[in-house]
Write a protein that binds this ligand. Structure first.
Ligand SMILES: Nc1nc2c(c(=O)[nH]1)N[C@H]1C(S)=C(S)[C@@H](COP(=O)(O)O)O[C@H]1N2
Ligand SMILES: [Mo]
Length: 204
């Protein structure tokens, strides 16, 4: 897979991750973990950790960009392209959004086109090592052109849905899509001017 570099507007490079775990940090063993697909699919899947390792593997190097403005350069993600799973489950044409669902109850919606894009991976490794427990072991998705809150840690289900639904942070006013290049930080924003006026949102 390709790599994408570059700092998005109004971000800065930090030298280490800030761990955010709004709903706790579940401890999940690889042998107990499953990834399910549900909703508008031809064939719902229930993939074990081993099943996922048997699918074609890919790698993507990108900048991780949190909406609170810190970014981490050159993060290497290894795993399965989102498209591989989507093609195997058979996405119905009515599916317009994907909801990532996690073992801790965290959720994050993403438009289907973003989930299916070339920079969208269901990762099992970060920088060559299994994803650390606090950072979502064994799996989290990564889509490099979206803000980091869409990278849902301890991922265990992907629902294909017809309409937009709020996930955890969207409920508090964060943007439906979260494109880093368009600075889609908050809902209903009209670009930068609006962004400066936006106070009173929950702090991610
Ligand atoms: N399950 C879960 N996933 C989550 C979060 C969370 O609180 N719970 N926080 C999100 C946010 S806001 C960011 S910036 C990144 C942070 O990743 P890190 O904790 O590995 O630094 O995880 C995202 N995924
Ligand atoms: Mo974030």
């Amino acid at each position: 897979m390709q790599s994408e570099s570059g700092l998005a507007p109004n971000q800065y490079y930090g030298n280490r991750w800030i761990i955010y775990s709004a709903l706790g940090e579940p401890v999940i063993r690889a042998e107990d973990w499953h990834l399910k697909t549900s909703g508008l699919v031809e064939k719902p899947l229930d993939l074990s950790f081993d099943d996922m390792q048997k699918l074609p593997q890919t790698s993507f190097t990108g900048v991780f960009q949190c909406v609170t403005r810190w970014s981490i350069k050159g993060v290497v993600w290894d795993g399965v392209a989102f498209k591989e799973v989507a093609n195997r489950t058979g996405v119905k044409p009515e599916a317009k959004w994907v909801m990532f669902r996690c073992a801790d109850g965290y959720t994050a919606p993403v438009p289907i086109e973003d989930a299916m894009s070339e920079d969208s991976i269901i990762a099992f490794k970060m920088n060559g090592k299994p994803i650390p427990q606090q950072q979502g072991y064994p799996s989290r998705p990564f889509i490099s052109h979206l803000y980091g809150w869409k990278s849902a840690k301890w991922l265990d289900e992907i629902s294909f849905i017809p309409d937009y639904e709020d996930g955890y942070w969207e409920m508090y006013g964060y943007n439906e899509r979260a494109d880093i290049w368009k600075e889609e930080r908050f809902k209903g924003q009209l670009g930068r001017q609006q962004r400066h006026k936006s106070t009173g949102f929950a702090q991610i």
